[in-house]
Design a protein around this ligand. Structure first.
Ligand code: ZN
Ligand code: ZN
Ligand code: ZN
Ligand code: ZN
Length: 322
């Protein structure tokens, strides 16, 4: 049994709504994003539709978010979500009539009966969920877009890794390197000037993946410190399959950090605040810089490698490929 959920109904008369409710009961697996699209694009199985009026029906007309119980309606049947209800001073935003306290049980039942695709279906997620458990999945969905890993500003760009790499290169002018080893020199003319805002980001491309090397200065309590760490541009479970080392030193002394890159799902600030990286006291950094401690001149070297998982080969073999 198939219905055309792409049909675009602008009327919201009671008759229409009843008709649409009963359709939803008849066929309760629908597909598509929350936006009313043209119907083209992503691959779905046969009999699955791109956009749905049922989904539109479950969209709060005030805030446009999906509605969850209790769903309210005015005396004329206009629906709205419970958080909007508390904000509209008991007036229906659609017809300005008094709102009262009427639940829209029919719509709640419709929602209960629905299986909905993850809202990241267009990004590749094949999962379908009962309406009410959808938000929980979507907050953890591995297809959900990543946030821009740039640390210096509140950048709001999101997307998949390929898009973010282009964005870092073109919009933030980030240094891009290919290879799994690095040898960087960080120079700062006034090392007394340690502020939270001092940071640097370099992107590495190796093993077919992208990694962000962060270097920054901040105050740890009262103490000015420098910190270097690596984040993996991808999900946590994949980040764990890599390791990295960072080393800094001079004059026969050196500090080495060996760690697992954190996913860029963890914010730059979160990683920094958990001290998950190489932390260098300023005095030590100035010592490593040589000269007259007037200038910060740190050579930071390091390496990224892939950990061999025993289930892959049955045994641990040394990595010969870097
Ligand atoms: Zn709302
Ligand atoms: Zn109304
Ligand atoms: Zn998903
Ligand atoms: Zn950005």
């Amino acid at each position: 049994m198939e219905f055309d959920f792409q049909e675009k109904a602008s009327s919201s008369s009671d008759e229409d709504e009843v008709a649409r409710h009963s359709r939803a009961f008849s066929k309760n697996t629908i597909s598509g994003g929350s936006t009313a699209g043209s119907g083209g694009g992503t691959a779905h199985g046969p009999g699955v539709f791109q956009t749905s009026n049922v989904h539109e029906l479950l969209e709060c007309p005030v805030c446009t978010h999906s509605m969850f119980p209790p769903i309210h309606q005015c005396q004329n049947g206009h629906t709205l979500c419970s958080s909007c209800k508390t904000r509209v001073h008991n007036r229906c935003p659609t017809c300005r009539q008094e709102l009262g306290d009427i639940r829209c049980l029919a719509l709640e039942k419709v929602a209960e009966s629905l299986d909905m695709p993850c809202k990241y279906a267009s990004l590749g997620c094949p999962e379908i969920f009962p309406y009410f458990s959808k938000p929980k999945h979507e907050s953890q969905c591995r297809y959900r877009p990543f946030c821009c890993p740039y640390a210096g500003s509140d950048c709001s760009v999101t997307g998949d890794i390929a898009k973010l790499v282009m964005h870092l290169r073109d919009d933030h002018r980030v240094d891009m390197h290919t290879g799994s080893t690095f040898n960087h020199r960080y120079v700062k003319s006034n090392p007394r000037d340690v502020e939270n805002a001092t940071w640097m980001l370099t992107v590495f491309h190796c093993f077919g993946q992208y990694f962000c090397l962060h270097f920054e200065a901040f105050l740890l309590g009262q103490a000015p410190v420098y910190m270097a760490f690596i984040r993996f541009m991808g999900d946590e479970n994949e980040a764990k399959t890599y390791s990295y080392s960072i080393e800094v030193g001079a004059s026969g002394r050196r500090m080495v950090w060996e760690g697992t890159p954190r996913s860029i799902r963890d914010s730059h600030r979160k990683v920094r605040d958990s001290h998950d990286g190489l932390i260098i006291q300023r005095n030590m950094a100035l010592f490593f810089s040589g000269g007259e401690r007037k200038e910060l001149k740190l050579r930071v070297t390091g390496r990224i490698w892939k950990e061999h998982q025993s289930q892959e080969s049955g045994a641990c073999i040394p990595n010969l490929f870097n």
